[in-house]
Design a binder for this molecule. Structure first.
Ligand SMILES: NC(=O)c1ccc[n+]([C@@H]2O[C@H](COP(=O)([O-])OP(=O)(O)OC[C@H]3O[C@@H](n4cnc5c(N)ncnc54)[C@H](OP(=O)(O)O)[C@@H]3O)[C@@H](O)[C@H]2O)c1
Length: 404
């Protein structure tokens, strides 16, 4: 099992405890490990970030303690995202009466912990999806295409973390801080799509700027961690690092070439226009979530040798100018954002700061002098958490608060 080794550069204990947490799939442990793992300067930076702006973690659970409780399944429960979903449900005290953990034959019988309970992973098949209120799907698009409609037919509401339904007009694509109002359309198919990880953190940051000054054009370059490719991505970077330090021959797998100490400007396959599928996802999903079907947007998505946390350099052109102070104020007040922006103190967010946190971290806010109204931002978030598991659980919370 690959270990969470992101903190290694700053703290040995971080690496060890994160590894443990990931191996055991324990909810509390991950958060704890991330907290403990904060190097002195990381803690400082985060504290200063808080001082610089209010930290409003969007969706502090509004359903914890609700009297009604729900029968919930996680499909793909043994994956990077599935394990984080389980932790997040526990941490936010989602009202669960039954939790069903499903995966492929490879993991049937594995035991995962949920609070005090030890739960055996079951096989995903046609019979496993009956008698549920909610199912969080995170086992890849093919699995979702086959089983999500089946689950919906049986009366269960599906929150799908894959790209299977994101483009479908009758499936809402939701980031609760941005477009929770779109959720009501879940009744059309019984399916709600969770956006791509790189899209989620960007739209959280774009929303307050759009509300205040109108988006005109967006250009983004991403720096995406290997956990975005699941367990196999984490293992591959770890193995390549070990092989390099031990002067062994490298083996290349998921990423197609060496990712250790390298940057790869390719995530997913290239399409006819030269953009990668990941870049297309960002462009299409952003327009859908912000209800701006004609928004000009260009993305370059890059895989970097970081274990957890995606970073993005976002250039925004606006309808009317905002000063640096105005932009910082808007971002610091927006739900789900933690502003960490104090250049004089060398303060800005990095993936290590974001790992294990709920917020989208924003720094390096600058006025772009090359256009009449523009800004540059640096946006960082935990791709497994806000980019996948937390966002799905926030959607579930909105659903049970308003509809179920
Ligand atoms: N990682 C991220 O940052 C991120 C962010 C947003 C969205 N996503 C999306 O989330 C999904 C899962 O990603 P991940 O990173 O968690 O991948 P992962 O670590 O590779 O986990 C995949 C999960 O799917 C299960 N699975 C695979 N094939 C299956 C099948 N035929 N039937 C039942 N279960 C099956 C696996 O079960 P076994 O243990 O049995 O193999 C495992 O639980 C993907 O669609 C991905 O694109 C990931």
């Amino acid at each position: 099992m690959a270990k969470r080794v992101q903190g290694k550069a700053t703290s040995k204990t971080t690496a060890a405890s994160k590894g443990k947490a990931a191996d055991k799939g324990k909810a509390a442990d991950k958060g704890k490990a991330a907290d403990k793992g904060k190097a002195a300067d990381k803690g400082k930076a985060a504290d200063k970030g808080k001082a610089a702006g209010k930290s409003k973690v969007a969706g502090k659970s509004k359903v914890a303690g609700k009297s009604k409780s729900y029968r919930v399944a996680i499909v793909g429960a043994t994956g990077v995202v599935g394990r984080e979903m389980l932790r997040t449900l526990e941490e936010r005290r989602f009202p669960v009466s039954e939790i069903r953990l499903l995966a492929s034959e490879r993991s049937v019988g594995e035991i995962l912990e949920f609070g005090e309970e030890e739960i055996r992973v079951g096989l995903l098949d046609d019979k496993s999806l009956g008698g549920l209120d909610l199912a969080l799907f995170s086992a890849g698009s093919d699995v979702s295409l086959k089983y999500a409609p089946l689950a919906a037919e049986k009366g269960c509401v599906v929150i799908d973390n894959t790209s299977a339904f994101r483009r479908d007009e009758d499936v809402p694509l939701v980031v609760p801080e941005v477009n929770a109002g779109d959720l009501a359309a879940y009744t059309l198919r019984g399916i709600i799509a969770n956006p791509n990880c790189s899209t989620i953190q960007m739209v959280v940051a774009l929303k307050p700027l759009h509300d205040a000054a109108g988006l005109k054009r967006v250009v983004v370059a991403t720096y995406q961690s290997v956990s975005g490719a699941g367990q196999s991505g984490v293992k591959e970077l770890e193995q390549q690092c070990r092989d390099l330090f031990n002067m062994r021959e490298l083996s290349v797998g998921h990423f197609g070439r060496q990712i250790a100490f390298n940057c790869l400007p390719q995530i997913d396959v290239f399409e006819a226009d030269g953009y990668s599928r990941e870049e297309h996802k960002m462009m299409h999903e952003t327009r859908k979530i912000l209800h701006l079907p004609d928004l000009p947007l260009s993305a370059t998505t890059v895989r970097v040798p970081v274990f957890y946390g995606h970073a993005e350099a976002v250039n925004v052109e606006l309808q009317k100018p905002l000063t640096q102070a105005e932009a910082r104020e808007l971002l610091s007040q927006a739900p789900g954002i933690l502003l960490m922006d104090d250049p004089e103190e060398g303060q800005y967010p990095t993936p290590i700061d974001a790992a294990g946190r709920d917020e989208t971290l924003v720094g390096r806010v600058r006025v772009d002098p090359s256009v009449p109204a523009g800004l540059d931002l640096w946006v960082v978030a935990d791709n497994v958490r806000k980019g996948a598991a937390l966002n799905s659980v926030q959607i579930a919370e909105c659903l049970v608060a308003d509809f179920l």
